[in-house]
Design a protein around this ligand. Structure first.
Ligand code: NAP
Length: 480
């Protein structure tokens, strides 16, 4: 009979032998999880890192959030893949927190546990009619067009000439752009097939991008805003009366620079004559509306119009003026931020919408990293600093060479069974783990099935993703 490694490790501890490698579990295989893993690999020579992920696919927002036509942003996944291939790192996909195992069990099994779970849910738009058919949050809508299995069957009815996208952040602009780009413009993307068919068949002509505050307060990055003025069959339209002469008022220098660039770009859109090349002959329009806050979605059973109230800025806040107007539309997508799905035994912080923490620490041995800790802000690279920070915290709590025998952070490192316990627990529960080599087979199948010019054809159902691993012929995947 082979020796039980857990029992061996425990026995080693009991007689005071040197501690084993530090056992770290990272929950979530998105950018913050991978940046944390990379930083831990640098910080510790003897470390065993298990990245646990609910989906059979890694990379979180890179696959499911970043716009399908922004392929260059997705290149960072190559660096994440190098991290995943480090022998000290194991990826355990298709393993879901609170379905297959709990945070308490992970804390029992690992010296350190970092929650890198992101924010998977939409902040609710608390207005009448928000639950009518035809109204979606961006987490769901973006998940749908990006082929996230949770939203595969969202099936939005796009049989409408007009759509309203609420919010003035990059997610709102992503949604608007994906709705109006031509099939040719999307040919080099990994837009999921079901979404490509639905969007291209839709009679959409007008998309309204709606900010409750003014253009100076819009959070679009300028690259994304500028892109809206250079679309093949869609004109960017803004009423010059909505644009101030200049950026004024106190604000951090960085915000001022962004606001000035965005205002100049919007003025450029506003100055285009209707018969000028960027506007004339284009079938679609994206209308930038500012100082308008959603008041109600109107319709009998499904969305037929959005009612908005004009606003003015008071102390930086949007205050209703009592003047209302309506936009007839069959689709409303709210891109107004994200919140966490609750996790058993983990307290949430109402201010960030994330996990309550003190600068990354949740409880002894339990940490949070990325959006789940600081809220849904920043670009993919912002998570690198968070990953470095959590590695620093873990390093401080488990100093290398600390003496064995204590319990809890600070006393020693490498006192818990880690991977052995995880693998045993999941096997007992009949959970089918997907390893990184498995993902590489799925990846290869998606790439092999890509239409001409596209990077991949995404598999969008869990069963189809797992089916690749059951085949032994290496045949390209056709399921969509
Ligand atoms: P965001 O940048 O925070 O924008 C959220 C928008 O929703 C803001 O305009 C906000 O207006 C508005 N809003 C919030 N509550 C509202 C309400 N009740 N009614 C009407 N409007 C409301 O968030 P995001 O667009 O979800 O993006 C999240 C993060 O991911 C951002 O840091 C973003 O830059 C990043 N991201 C980057 C890219 C990229 O680099 N290409 C792409 C996607 C996402 P107020 O300002 O008035 O609160």
């Amino acid at each position: 009979m082979s020796a039980d490694p857990i029992a061996l490790r425990a026995a080693g501890q009991a007689i005071g032998q040197a501690a084993g490698p530090l056992a770290v579990a990272i929950v979530g295989a998105g950018p913050s999880g991978f940046y944390a893993a990379a930083a831990l690999l640098k910080a510790f020579d003897r470390v065993e890192i298990d990245i646990i992920e609910a989906l059979p696919t890694p990379f979180g927002l890179i696959r499911g959030g970043v716009a399908p036509d922004h392929q260059s942003t997705k290149r960072v996944a190559r660096a994440f893949a190098r991290t995943a291939r480090d022998p000290r790192v194991h990826f355990h996909g298709n393993v879901e927190l609170d379905r297959d195992l709990s945070v308490a069990e992970l804390c029992e099994a690992y010296d350190a546990v970092a929650l890198a779970v992101g924010m998977a849910r939409d902040r609710d738009m608390e207005i009448p009619g928000a639950r009518l058919a035809g109204v979606f949050g961006a987490a769901a809508f973006v998940g749908w067009y990006n082929g996230h299995p949770d939203f595969r069957d969202l099936d939005p009815d796009l049989d409408t000439a007009a759509a309203c996208v609420i919010g003035n952040g990059n997610v709102a602009i992503d949604v608007a752009r994906v709705l109006v780009k031509t099939a040719e413009e999307m040919a080099g993307s990994d837009l999921a097939d079901h979404a490509a068919w639905a969007i291209q068949a839709a009679p959409l002509r007008d998309v309204y991008l709606i900010g409750r505050r003014g253009p100076v307060q819009a959070k679009f990055t300028n690259k994304e805003l500028t892109e809206m003025g250079a679309l093949a069959d869609c004109a960017a339209v803004v009423d010059p009366a909505l644009l101030p002469g200049e950026v004024s008022g106190p604000m951090p220098e960085r915000d001022r620079r962004l606001a000035e660039k965005n205002l100049a770009t919007l003025k450029g859109f506003a100055a285009r004559a209707p018969d000028a090349a960027p506007v004339a002959g284009k079938a679609k329009r994206v209308h930038f509306l500012f100082n308008a806050k959603p008041d109600a979605v109107l319709g009998e059973g499904r969305c037929a119009a959005l009612r908005l109230e004009r606003t003015r800025l008071e102390d930086g806040r949007a205050v209703g003026t009592g003047e209302f107007f309506e936009i007839p539309c069959g689709l409303v997508v709210s891109a107004i931020g994200y919140r966490m799905a609750p996790i058993e035994g983990v307290a949430l912080d109402s201010a960030t919408g994330g996990i309550a923490n003190r600068d990354g620490r949740v409880d002894p041995g339990l940490y949070v990293v990325g959006w789940a800790g600081r809220g849904p802000s920043g670009v993919i690279g912002t998570n690198k600093a968070d990953g470095d920070r959590v590695a620093e915290l873990i390093q401080a709590d488990f100093p290398q060479g600390g003496g064995p025998g204590g319990s809890g952070p600070g006393a020693s490192r490498g006192t818990k069974p880690g991977r052995d316990a995880l693998v045993r627990l999941l096997a007992e529960r009949g959970v089918r783990r997907v390893g990184f080599a498995d993902w590489e087979r799925i990846d290869a199948a998606e790439v092999a099935a890509a239409p001409p010019g596209a990077p991949r054809r995404k598999l969008t159902r869990i069963a189809d993703l797992l089916a690749v691993l059951d085949r032994d012929d290496g045949a390209p995947v056709t399921g969509v």
